[in-house]
Design a protein around this ligand. Sequence first.
Ligand code: HEC
Length: 179
Amino acid sequence: MDSFEFNKFAGALLATLLFVMGLGLFSDAIFSNPSPHHPGYDLPGAEEVHGADSAAAAPVAVPLPVLLAKADAKKGEALAKACATCHTIEKGGAPKSTGPVLAGVVGRKVASTGFAYSDAMKAKGGDWSYEDINAFITNPKGVVPGTKMAYAGEKDAGKRADILAFLASITDNAPAFPK
Ligand code: HEC
């Protein structure tokens, strides 16, 4: 066997070895079998326990009076910029055609300004308590189906409380916060 022949054999052998090693690495990657974090099988009940855990970790609804007690009218004023696209929020400000004046709204009779309210709002009745405004601005169309208020709602209860505190600040003789 001359050295050229030998090199061919050696080369072929090396290539085969490399190929086999590569195959091993490759199949390890495909069929990787990570060892479980804790030995044993997961029983069906285990999932339910996890579910219960996350339910317990979900935020518990804080009652409105508690939120109002620590609400910040200044933050509410900034948040009410979203309302001001449709509503007048300045005391004594000129009404807009896009929404009733919000200054003075707390405790006011529902649908009682010169605004062209929807029939749904006219039919609602009652006065705007903090609780009612809170519910309405959470989900306007859900609470007053047929309302003209094209606002998706503020889902954050803390932010709603800030807005309510601001509405109180632009209402003369605003009712006291609920206890
Ligand atoms: C896209 C415009 C729009 C936005 C934004 C909007 N509103 Fe309204 N809002 C309306 C309209 C229109 C009505 C009248 C609804 C009806 O007649 O059905 C209304 C009615 C109300 C009423 C009842 C007033 C009354 O005189 O009975 C309250 C309270 C109110 N909005 C609060 C808010 C607050 C607080 C925000 C901000 C968090 C807000 N709205 C954002 C358009 C808007």
